[in-house]
Design a protein around this ligand. Structure first.
Ligand SMILES: Nc1ncnc2c1ncn2[C@@H]1O[C@H](COP(=O)(O)OP(=O)(O)OP(=O)(O)O)[C@@H](O)[C@H]1O
Length: 548
């Protein structure tokens, strides 16, 4: 049961111009354990999602047992999906059900097992992962401790008996004893394993193979031992050395030569002992020196920050002004002709923004059109006597169309301005109101909080929707969620958001930040000539809309 990736390339789901993985080719053999390592953001999690059929590659092919994983760009082969088990970082965050039994039921549902087989799988998984017998089937998963929750989350994946178990940072946040326990379980896993990790020392002794990623490209494919003998590869890829290679370099400096590929403390200890016993270890230390020197001298590649797009460089105060005038001007329109003019002016604001932003309008428009159809259908209904008023329907259409133009203006502001700048721009205006004794401090705090929260919600939504697609084995378009998976998405999402809100509140309290502090912060924005031109254009656009 081998997995073959042939020249796979992946772009960001929402931004096809951003490449996440480039020309990845390799074959993974059944029963093997492969590590994915690389610097933060190198593409490890993305590769796991591609391997498990959650993310469609824009180029190349992926086959499992010579059968393609993807039938078409929006549809993975449902049968193939059942053969993968993907666990995410902090898998305990994915729990949502009222009872442990329901957690298992949710993970096993796509497999359509008989009742006996389902019970057998649950027993087998709990035997392995519940040594202290805390998984009473009617117990709430939220009544378990953090470590027990993680074991339960892993057990639900193990119960699906995946041919390929793919794990993202499985040791993150685990204490040493729990790591040992995890390794014991992994040794017992009968299928193939792919582990994305930064924890080289834990996994190198177990792994058959290591794939190193750097900036979305595969830069090394070989055994852990080979990689330890080539520390320059790790340095170039921005990955720290495993302890065995580091110890070998340090010992070489004091004249003790041991090989850099002794992956366990036991192997290293006996090599050190032999080296100490040997006379004149210094000569061999010289042999180890070049590798150390090579590693140290290899500078890590620096990524150049991308040039900022024109709109992003503009002062947020000018953008707020344009937004407010467009929004007020659009709301003031009473006829379709002038509303079309307002829409055209809002449309002009999108010129120069990335294609992904423009594509976002299509998504918003589709959802809004559905909402509009329902609203218009209801608005026209007349109850006594029964009938349908075209006039009511038409006026509702107009009001909703006007709202849509305002919504687009808001979307433009949000997409063209980083949230920090949005808040600064608004606070600048609020400072004047504060001087005129208008109580705006709480408003300023609420706005800062809200703007900080919106991107967090979007990020968490993306993460949890990927998790439910993986657990529910949903062969649906990436980014979408089936209705029946919504409880499995909403509960962990809300819990994560509450947790985030709590963290942010504590951070604000610790830093003693309140609305007044935010309001009185020195404004670091810099008004430029182009901003004056934008402000004049905004006033002109506003003037035209108010006049029409
Ligand atoms: N939906 C997306 N849109 C745009 N960029 C994305 C998207 N998903 C991931 N990226 C970017 O792709 C790169 C690879 O992300 P990925 O999560 O795969 O990295 P990683 O190697 O797993 O990182 P880490 O070790 O920090 O978990 C990152 O720079 C990330 O910001």
């Amino acid at each position: 049961m081998s997995i073959i990736l042939d020249n796979v390339g992946v772009t960001a789901p929402d931004s096809p111009d951003v490449t996440l993985l480039r020309d990845i080719s390799f074959t993974l053999q059944e029963g093997s354990m492969t590590l994915l390592i690389g610097h933060a953001g190198s593409g490890k999690s993305t590769l796991l999602q591609v391997l498990s059929g959650l993310l469609h590659p824009h180029a190349g092919t992926i086959t499992l047992d010579e059968q393609p994983v993807w039938l078409k760009p929006t549809k993975a082969d449902a049968k193939q999906l059942l053969r993968f088990g993907l666990t995410f970082q902090f898998p305990e965050q994915q729990l949502f059900a009222r009872s442990i039994r329901q957690e298992f039921a949710y993970s096993l549902r796509p497999y359509k097992l008989s009742a006996e087989e389902r019970e057998r799988r649950i027993h087998e998984a709990t035997d392995r992962l519940d040594p202290h017998g805390v998984f009473a089937m009617d117990r709430s998963p939220f009544a378990l401790s953090g470590g027990e929750q993680r074991r339960l989350a892993l057990a639900t994946t193990f119960a699906t008996a995946p041919g390929w178990l793919l794990m993202d940072e499985p040791t993150a946040g685990l204490e040493a004893a729990a790591v040992r326990e995890l390794l014991r379980m992994l040794r017992g896993h009968r299928g193939g394993l792919v582990v994305a990790t930064h924890d080289l020392d834990t996994f190198f002794p177990l792994a058959d193979r290591v794939l190193v990623l750097a900036h979305g490209e595969l830069v090394f494919d070989g055994s852990p031992q080979e990689l330890c003998r080539a520390p320059e590869v790790l340095a170039r890829a921005g990955v720290g050395l495993p302890s065995c290679a580091e110890a070998s370099q340090d010992l070489a400096r004091v004249g003790i030569a041991i090989a850099p590929d002794l992956l366990t403390p036991t192997a290293a200890a006996s090599a050190i002992l032999s080296a100490l016993r040997r006379e004149g270890g210094s000569a061999s230390a010289a042999a180890a020196q070049p590798a150390a020197a090579r590693a140290a001298s290899t500078a890590q590649p620096q990524q150049q920050p991308a040039a900022q797009a024109g709109w992003l460089r503009r002062d947020p105060r000018a953008k707020w002004l344009l937004y407010l005038l467009l929004a007020i001007g659009s709301m003031g329109q009473q006829g379709w002709g002038s509303l079309a003019l307002a829409a055209a002016l809002v449309g002009c604001a999108f010129i120069g923004l990335p294609h992904s932003v423009v594509r976002g309008i299509r998504k918003i428009a589709v959802s809004y059109a559905i909402f509009l159809l329902f609203s218009v259908a209801l608005a026209g209904l007349e109850v006594s006597p029964w009938g349908y008023s075209a006039e009511n329907a038409w006026s509702t259409t107009f009001i909703l169309a006007r709202l849509f133009v305002v919504l687009l203006a808001g979307y433009w502001l949000a997409m063209s301005t980083p949230y920090g700048q949005l808040v600064q721009g608004l606070n600048w205006a609020l400072q004047y109101l504060h001087r005129w004794k208008v109580p705006v401090a709480s408003f300023s705090l609420a706005v800062s909080f809200l703007f900080r929260f919106i991107p967090l919600i979007l990020r968490e939504w993306q993460q949890f929707s990927t998790i439910v697609r993986a657990r529910g084995k949903a062969s649906v378009r990436p980014g979408s969620v089936r209705v029946r998976d919504i409880p499995a998405l909403v509960v962990p999402l809300l819990l994560a958001m509450f947790h985030r809100a709590e963290q942010m509140t504590v951070a604000l309290e610790m830093k003693q930040i309140d609305g007044m502090t935010l309001l009185l912060r020195k404004c670091t924005l810099q008004w430029q000539r182009a901003d004056t031109i934008l402000a004049v254009c905004a006033l002109l656009a506003g003037g035209i809309l108010l006049y029409t």
